[in-house]
Structure formats: C-alpha cells, structure tokens
Design a binder for this molecule. Structure first.
Ligand code: ADE
Length: 225
C-alpha cells in the first residue's frame, strides 16, 4: 500500500518512523510519503489561506495549492481522505475497507477548513471520503490522519507480528474486548479471575464472551443495536 499525506506540518508525521509502522516502512510493506503543501505555493510568503467569502471568523485554505499538490500525488485509483469533524465516523469497518486500497491520500486541513471546491472537484474525478474521528474538534486533520493511518496499516498482512491478535480485539466482532490478565496471580490484593486458571478452554471462551457482552451493554449499548 502507498500512503501520501499532504499537510503544512510535515514534521508532525516524524513519529511514523517508529514502532510497527516504522518497521513496516523499512520492510517495504507500506510506503508513506509526507508532503508540505507549501511546496505548491508560488508567492514569497508561501500563502495557503485566505479570508472566507461571506465573512466570518478564521481563514480558509485556498484551493490552488491543494489542486496542484493533489494533481501530482493522487493516482486515478487512489482514495482521497479528508479528515473533518463534518465527515462520516471512522470505524473499524472503514479501516478494513481502506486497508484493501492501493493508495490513500490524506488532505490535512487547518484553520476553518479547505475551500469546498477541492472536495467537489476530486469527487467528480474519483473517490473522496470525509472522515471524522469523533464528535469533538481538533486543530486540524493531522491527528485524525495519524489515527486512520495507524488503524489501517495494522490490518495490512505482515505489519502486526501475530495476525491472531487482530481477531480478538475490540470492535473486530462488533463488541468491546474482554479484560486481560497476566502474572502475578495476586497483585495488591486483587486476584486473577479463577476461571482463567482452570485450564478449561470452553469455560474460558464462555466467560470471555460474557465479559464482552457485559462491557458492551454497560459502556456502549449503541453497539448492540
Ligand atoms: N479535524 C478537526 N476535527 C476533526 C475530527 N473530529 N475528526 C477528523 N478531523 C478533524
């Protein structure tokens, strides 16, 4: 998979050199390009924003640098992802969908957002997804892009060492994960649930399923529909 990120803060993505994503990049499983939007400006001040038509607070990102950047970076079969609090909620299902793509291009907006015509133009030419991390406002698309990159890349075969660890996680089966324990058996007066020491795999599987349902009912009843 190829991932491209366009941002006015390229150093923000330096952390993509570390941990599992860093290793996946080294091994060539995923190629990530980080691009400074200002490289596609032509004025002395490398301007990327201007005042909004119709008035109002803040600044809007100009369409021209975005057009030039995306014309160069976005392949015909690539998906343009625009992180936005006005987008569709990002879910594990969407992460799985994105993990099958050949190219993802992230357009990280700042200020009050990107001129709407950028999204409209690329939606005419190809696939565009507005994606929201949740019902709260971040300073820009960078943190959201990072979250999507991490959630997607870990689904690519070879990125996470043990593929079984992907199966039993929160949201993979529509439920929250069961609680996990390791040694010691007693810690600060708290015991590991005895069923986990029983060696009875049927009982353990049943207990874990009950825990998943109980947690989901308590914390995320919306997931149970
Ligand atoms: N940009 C600003 N807020 C955001 C959010 N909640 N999700 C995605 N992108 C954003």
């Amino acid at each position: 998979m190829r991932i491209d990120i366009v941002t006015i803060f390229p150093t923000f993505f330096d952390v993509l050199d570390v941990s599992l994503i860093g290793k996946a990049r080294e091994r060539g499983i995923v190629t990530i390009g980080v691009h400074d939007l200002r490289a596609w400006t032509h004025d002395r001040h490398r301007t990327v924003d201007d005042t909004p038509y119709g008035g109002g607070a803040g600044m809007v990102m100009k369409p021209e640098p975005w057009g030039e950047a995306l014309d160069e970076i976005l392949a015909d079969d690539g998906v343009l992802i625009v992180p936005s609090p006005a987008g569709e909620p990002f879910t594990q299902k969407l992460a799985r969908e994105f993990a099958d793509e050949a190219q993802l291009v992230f357009a990280c907006g700042r200020y009050e957002g990107i001129d709407q015509r950028v999204v409209d133009h690329y939606a005419q030419r190809g696939r565009v997804r507005l994606v929201s991390l949740g019902d709260y406002v971040l300073n820009g698309g960078e943190v959201a892009a990072m979250a999507v990159v991490e959630a997607v890349t870990r689904l690519i075969p070879g990125v996470v060492g043990n593929p079984e660890s992907l199966v039993e996680e929160s949201h993979e089966d529509g439920l929250l994960e069961y609680p996990v324990y390791t040694k010691p058996q007693q810690w600060r007066g708290l015991e590991v649930p005895p069923v986990l020491l029983s060696g009875n795999h049927g009982e353990i599987a049943r207990w874990r399923r009950e825990q998943q349902l109980e947690r989901t009912r308590e914390r995320r009843p919306d997931l149970l529909g």
